[in-house]
Design a protein around this ligand. Structure first.
Ligand SMILES: Cc1cc2nc3c(=O)[nH]c(=O)nc-3n(C[C@H](O)[C@H](O)[C@H](O)COP(=O)(O)O)c2cc1C
Length: 270
């Protein structure tokens, strides 16, 4: 109770934080330009250990990550993502759903592939996907806490079949997200967040029935977003959030981003 009272009175531009972990989380923003300096080996070990220490559903360790050290491969990933900073990041990982390892472990214990149906279930996929995201986030936060910059890379999923091919992903694995890490070579402003009342509810999801037009209710937030400058295109103000949402609502999803075919190819029930 005391904590929520404190949080409630903290102004938005608060410069002092209850501790360094919260400061790290509250000052995080995506970094898309990195200094070419390599990341020290010791640091990499801590980042990987932090990812491994993340919670893992049913103690499954249902995820793996591939570190990309080959510059040609990094360039191919940047081509898929259409983002040149992917190839410029000194440290680059692709996090995966990985039930292949547990399938092999169970085979080593005498369970035949035909018997091991559980690995192929959508639930198992989802569980491992959650694990992978939590591990990535732990690595991201660890990196931020050390003064490094990061950006999560969903753009690698622009062409999932190609990613599977380039990374030689076997059955029961699936790409989740990339994470680029490096010393920041830019200082972007914090990107605005909507008021917490739009994202946090008490006990149940609020009824729609009060005729609130959510797009109108978000006018103040829209203005903040419009005033934010994205360093990727600093000359153009960012579109209002509600306009972005409406525009994305009708964006067609390219075939290479559709899950079901590739899910089946990788051995999951789709
Ligand atoms: C799942 C996920 C995928 C993302 N993919 C990309 C990406 O491919 N490229 C990129 O530049 N940023 C990517 N981002 C970063 C978001 O654009 C960014 O977090 C969001 O605009 C908020 O900005 P901030 O991180 O600076 O607060 C991704 C973020 C998430 C959570």
């Amino acid at each position: 109770m005391i904590l929520s009272w404190k949080v409630a009175i903290v102004p938005e531009n608060q410069q002092s934080y209850p501790n360094s972990t919260i400061k790290t989380l509250m000052t995080r923003r995506s970094i898309r330009r990195f200094s070419p300096e390599p990341i020290e080996d010791d640091t990499i070990v801590w980042l990987e250990r932090a990812a491994q220490q993340a919670p893992t559903s049913r103690y499954n360790f249902g995820w793996s990550a591939i570190r990309i050290t080959d510059p040609d491969l990094a360039q191919k990933l940047a081509d898929i993502g259409k983002q040149k900073y992917i190839a410029q990041a000194p440290l680059l990982y692709v996090f995966l759903v990985d039930l292949h390892r547990n399938s092999r472990i169970s085979q080593g214990k005498g369970v035949s592939p035909a018997e091991a149906t559980a690995f192929h279930e959508q639930y198992s996929y989802n569980e491992s996907h959650n694990d992978a995201v939590l591990a990535l986030h732990a690595m991201e936060t660890a990196a931020e806490s050390l003064g490094l910059g990061t950006v999560v890379l969903g753009s690698l999923l622009n062409d999932m079949p190609r990613l599977v091919e380039l990374l030689h992903l076997p059955e029961l694995t699936f790409p989740v997200l990339g994470l680029a890490i490096g010393k920041p070579a830019q200082q972007p402003a914090l990107k605005p967040r909507m008021d917490r009342s739009f994202q946090f509810f008490d006990n149940a999801y609020p009824e729609d029935g009060d005729n609130t037009n959510l797009a109108e209710a978000l006018t103040d937030f829209d203005e903040k977003v419009h005033q934010y400058y994205d360093l990727r295109n600093a000359k153009k103000p960012v579109d209002r959030f509600t306009d972005q949402v409406a525009q994305k609502a009708t964006d067609p999803l390219p075939a290479q981003r559709r899950f079901s075919t590739l899910m089946r190819q990788q051995g999951f029930t789709a």
